[in-house]
Ligand binder design. Structure first.
Ligand code: ADP
Ligand code: MG
Length: 574
């Protein structure tokens, strides 16, 4: 937790000022019972004073009480404002760093946490840390001052009655402590279930089209209800337990008051003293209850802080290795590459291939056969388990990430477009020239539809480009991949929503305009990869065929099967 708490340091001045104000406010509050007693015992019941004097002194003491109450109130209000300010800024800084760290996590680290869990760390966990800091600053000074100061003042007033008070304090403390301690694990459970709910929500929001298409709405709503219902039940359990503490504390308070009055009567204490102690009682026990609330927010906040810190502690520093060099004649070479995401079963087995600059590699295979995994490894999003991958004869592990990635222009499967203009989406912050952008748009066969948009390049895309069709989105993504004229162009299932004619025009333009770039084209359709210099046929992580279209028709039964099923009756691809 120390790492999280360090974020409060820059706001130390504001925090200190707030605490000082809190201190004076709390001390002023403690004077109220004393003044009350002086009015009752020292003025009202004082037979040496005449009625005029009594009125005057009552007004003086009453005025003092007003001043104390005002100091307590204003001190509290201003201190709380400062607290909210400093805890808010601290949370902002923490979230900023957490988000930045999240951006630099490598793919394996992201897989380790899971995206929903990263989201809840950025949202609810940082909120709990904020609550912890804010509440602790608000009550952490005030409550102990009120309890300690109240007890000390009580002892200076009447030792016997103060003992009654002293006896009640631990009683309330212990009761509330045990209730709180029991409810803390339940609060942790609440946090875990929140993760689960975020996961479900995210799945549903991103998969809303599929859910609709498959008419799975009701099914998903049902499952979501299970998760939220579960969360609500757990929250209810936690809060029910916590809500026991207030009535129990009040019960002890009231019992204490009865004892106090009885002891006061037995010891012939003055009515002013009894009233004064009633006030001490209320102040101290309320402070006790407040303290236990801090206990809850601290335990919840510290759990959140450690979840946040486990992300912040991730090592995102680049390690540039010194692996043996490969054959520099090749642009891309895979040498006996095996890989597993979970370390249990291999997602790729002994993959070997090589292509030169200007050549095209086609990858074809069923969903889940490992096509995108090859791309992930080539771009060094993950480390291979065995074997080596070379780009320009240099192992990808030997490259600084930025240097390696500038070689690539990639359009991934399910890639995203920003809610920005068409130009901004193609440029993607790289300050490309108009010429580069226009060339990429032409090649990606996106010219016609962009010209038809209101404002052309300046047309604003909606969130996730929902105001474009699937094929239009794909063409924009391809344009983005091409725009910087990369050495290696990667199109992962990018032509699936394009019609055959557009797909063919794209292929021709790629060969013409980006002749020197190596191209990796992942596709489900034979026609998209047919003209490649090398085609890999993948099945369950294994390369079951490699060669040109003609060679594969001869040597690879599966390839031939796909080809014949994708051919129309007249030998034309449909
Ligand atoms: N991040 C990941 N974590 C664990 N398994 C993954 C991950 N990404 C893909 N896989 C698994 O690896 C296999 C190959 O996936 P992928 O390369 O995406 O297939 P595709 O050929 O459809 O592109 C699949 O079984 C998939 O479930
Ligand atoms: Mg894929």
């Amino acid at each position: 937790m120390t790492k999280t708490l360090r974020y409060i340091k820059p706001y130390g001045g504001t925090v200190a000022l707030g605490l000082i104000l809190k201190f004076f406010g709390s001390v002023a509050e403690l004077f109220l019972p004393l003044l009350l007693k002086w009015i009752i015992d020292g003025v009202a019941a004082n037979e040496a004073l005449n009625s005029d004097q009594k009125l005057r002194w009552t007004l003086i003491f009453g005025g003092l009480m007003l001043v104390c109450a005002a100091v307590a109130l204003l001190g509290n209000i201003f201190a709380n404002r400062l607290t909210v300010k400093s805890s808010g800024r601290m949370t902002h800084d923490l979230r900023y760093d957490l988000f930045k760290k999240t951006c630099y996590l490598n793919s394996a680290q992201v897989d380790g946490f899971g995206v929903p869990s990263l989201i809840s760390r950025l949202t609810s966990d940082s909120y709990y840390v904020n609550q912890m800091v804010a509440r602790t600053l608000r009550l952490g000074v005030r409550a102990p001052i009120l309890i300690l100061g109240g007890l000390i003042l009580a002892f200076t007033q009447d030792a016997v009655l103060a003992c009654v008070l002293l006896a009640c304090v631990p009683l309330v403390g212990v009761t509330v402590f045990f209730i709180t301690r029991k409810s803390i694990p339940v609060f942790f459970e609440v946090q875990r279930k929140q993760d689960e709910m975020v996961r479900r929500t995210q799945e549903n929001v991103t998969g809303v089209r599929v859910i609709k298409a498959l008419a799975k709405g009701e099914y998903e709503v049902g499952k979501f209800e299970d998760v939220t219902g579960d969360l609500a039940a757990t929250e209810f359990r936690a809060n029910r337990m916590m809500s026991l503490s207030n009535p129990l504390a009040t019960l002890i308070l009231n019992l204490g008051l009865v004892v106090l009055i009885a002891v006061g009567a037995a010891c012939h204490s003055s009515s002013g003293t009894v009233l004064e102690f009633l006030q001490f009682f209320t102040i101290i026990l309320n402070a006790m209850i407040a303290l236990t609330k801090i206990f809850v927010v601290i335990s919840r906040g510290s759990a959140s802080a450690s979840r946040i810190e486990s992300v912040l502690d991730m090592d995102t520093a680049e390690t540039i290795q010194n692996c043996p060099a490969g054959d520099s004649r090749y642009k891309i070479e895979f040498r006996d590459v095996s890989f597993s995401y979970n370390g249990v079963e291999n997602n790729l087995n002994n993959v070997n291939f090589a292509i030169c600059g200007g050549q095209t590699l086609g990858i074809i295979g069923a969903t889940g056969s490992g096509k995108s995994t090859i791309i992930n490894l080539l771009m060094h999003f993950y480390d291979v388990n065995s074997g080596q991958i070379f780009v320009d004869g240099r192992d990808v592990r030997n490259y600084p990430a930025a240097e390696l990635r500038t070689k690539f222009g990639a359009a991934f499967q399910n890639d995203f477009l920003m809610a920005a203009t068409v130009r901004e989406n193609v440029d993607y912050g790289r300050n490309l020239s108009d010429e580069q952008i226009n060339r990429a748009i032409d090649c990606a066969q996106a010219r016609e539809f962009i010209d038809g948009l209101d404002g052309g390049l300046e047309f604003d895309l909606a969130q996730k480009a929902n105001n474009l069709s699937g094929g239009q989105k794909q063409r924009l993504l391809i344009a983005r991949a091409l725009a910087a004229s990369p050495e290696i162009i990667i199109l992962d299932d990018s032509s699936s929503a394009l019609d055959y004619a557009t797909d063919a025009a794209l292929r021709k333009a790629l060969a013409r305009e980006y002749a020197s770039s190596a191209k990796v084209i992942v596709a489900q359709r034979i026609s998209s990869v047919k003209h490649a210099d090398l085609i890999l046929v993948l099945d369950d992580g294994n390369v079951i065929g490699a060669g040109t279209h003609e060679q594969l028709l001869e040597t690879c039964g599966e390839y031939k099967l796909i080809y014949t099923t994708q051919m129309g009756a007249g030998g034309e691809e449909y």
